[in-house]
Design a protein around this ligand. Structure first.
Ligand code: PMP
Length: 390
């Protein structure tokens, strides 16, 4: 007897009817300003390789050299099979960039969030989480078994009200994206830190999209607000502006030591490949000494935003390189994305559950390495498409 899997087709059909079925597209090039997508060269407005470092010759050379010296795989978990010196170098560099005592690298940002949250909070504790936090934070909260309370997006008064009623819990943890991944706005960290201090709460910031982009030397959202040294636990990824792969937690020696001993996404998985560690370290050096890349990134973001608003598009009030063009229902977002693709512009449609129902959108991201011609092509594509969807 075989089990009947017909329900899988039914589920996919239901997703399709709601405009929520996703398909993978084939890329045959590096994620530079133009990529080859399904066989066509198109301008890329959907990459998190914000500074273009994933194709930098120094970064590639570091990855090649590490592969020659150490091979392609880590061969085991860091605690059991030995900890590569490449990890030590990278973590030292990260802690220095973040101005924290120590840092610990995980296999991904997803693993970092789902690991650190259950270490910081458990049964009997409460987590206060922004309504628009990333899915990896949501999953980390679920794994922790702590009570979760969601505060309205960036609403510190709401957060403060919830904290006022939290005295019965053992510990309090506030968790927020630094730069919100789908909206591009920045969390009000100074106010969050103030209410955290009033209520004796810990603060964890997911800086996946602020790292490399905001603050002195691109060190992130905490530095953007001058809040270094305030005990904020900083999470980030090496997969976006750093152009490699991996997540990290930066904080005190005690926190890192406890993570090494308790974080399940650290303990029960294989270490990152040597090439990835060396690439991340080389990219980190470049990132910290390249203010001109950040200037170009922000100048491109401003230019695209102004052009789209002039054309009549509705954008959320982002302050960063992430520009959300809100279109409403998923079908409309997909249709506009397809029309743009026909014009040679890849602007991915983002639909629920990645964003709240009714707010399907194009999530545009610029890169420091976009050329003038690519910027012009992108804007021309939006101009051609607008009359069809107004
Ligand atoms: N946090 C945020 C805010 C993100 O946008 C992402 C990636 N989409 C992650 C965490 C997960 O990072 P990674 O891709 O390195 O797993």
């Amino acid at each position: 007897m075989t089990y009947n899997y017909d329900w899988l087709d039914t589920e996919c059909a239901t997703l399709e009817q709601a405009g929520l079925l996703r398909h993978l597209r084939t890329v045959r090039s590096a994620p530079t300003g133009t990529i080859n997508l399904d066989g066509r060269d198109v301008v890329l407005l959907g990459s998190n390789n914000y500074l273009g470092l994933s194709t930098h010759p120094k970064v590639i050379a570091a990855a090649v050299e590490a592969t020659r010296s150490f091979g392609t795989g880590a061969s085991g978990s860091r605690l059991i099979s030995g900890n590569s010196e490449l990890y030590t170098a990278l973590e030292t560099n990260l802690a220095e960039a973040k101005e924290t005592e120590a840092a610990l690298v995980f296999s991904s940002g997803y693993a970092a969030n789902t690991s650190v949250i259950p270490v910081l909070a458990g049964e009997g504790d409460v987590i206060l989480s922004d309504a628009l936090n990333h899915a990896s934070i949501i999953d980390g909260c679920r794994l922790s078994r702590a009570t979760k309370q969601v505060y309205r997006h960036c609403d510190v008064e709401h957060l403060s009200a919830l904290l006022s009623e939290s005295a019965a819990f053992r510990r309090r943890l506030i968790v927020t994206d630094g730069v919100f991944s789908m909206d591009g706005d920045i969390a009000p960290l100074p106010d969050i830190c103030e209410v955290a201090a009033q209520h004796d709460a810990m603060v964890l910031v997911d800086d996946a999209h602020g790292f490399g982009v905001l603050g002195k030397d691109g060190s992130g959202t905490v530095a953007h607000f001058g809040l270094e040294g305030r005990g904020i636990v900083q999470m980030g990824t090496l997969s976006k502006a750093v152009g490699a792969l991996g997540g990290y937690i930066a904080g005190s020696h005690a926190l890192i030591e406890l993570l090494v001993n308790r974080a399940r996404g650290f303990i029960f998985t294989t270490g990152l490949p040597p090439a990835t560690l060396a690439a991340a370290n080389a990219a980190l050096d470049l990132m910290r000494s390249a203010p001109e890349l950040r200037q170009r990134l922000f100048s491109h973001a401003k230019r695209l935003k102004t052009a789209l608003i002039d054309l009549g598009y509705t954008l959320l009030p982002s302050e960063t390189q992430i520009l959300p063009v809100v279109l409403g229902n998923p079908q409309r977002a997909t249709s506009v994305a397809e029309a743009l693709l026909a014009e040679g512009v890849f602007a991915p449609a983002i639909r629920p559950p990645a964003v709240p129902t009714g707010t399907s959108r194009l999530r545009l991201t610029v890169m420091a390495t976009h050329t003038e011609a690519e910027m012009q092509q992108a804007i021309a594509g939006f101009a051609a498409v607008f009359p069809k969807f107004r």
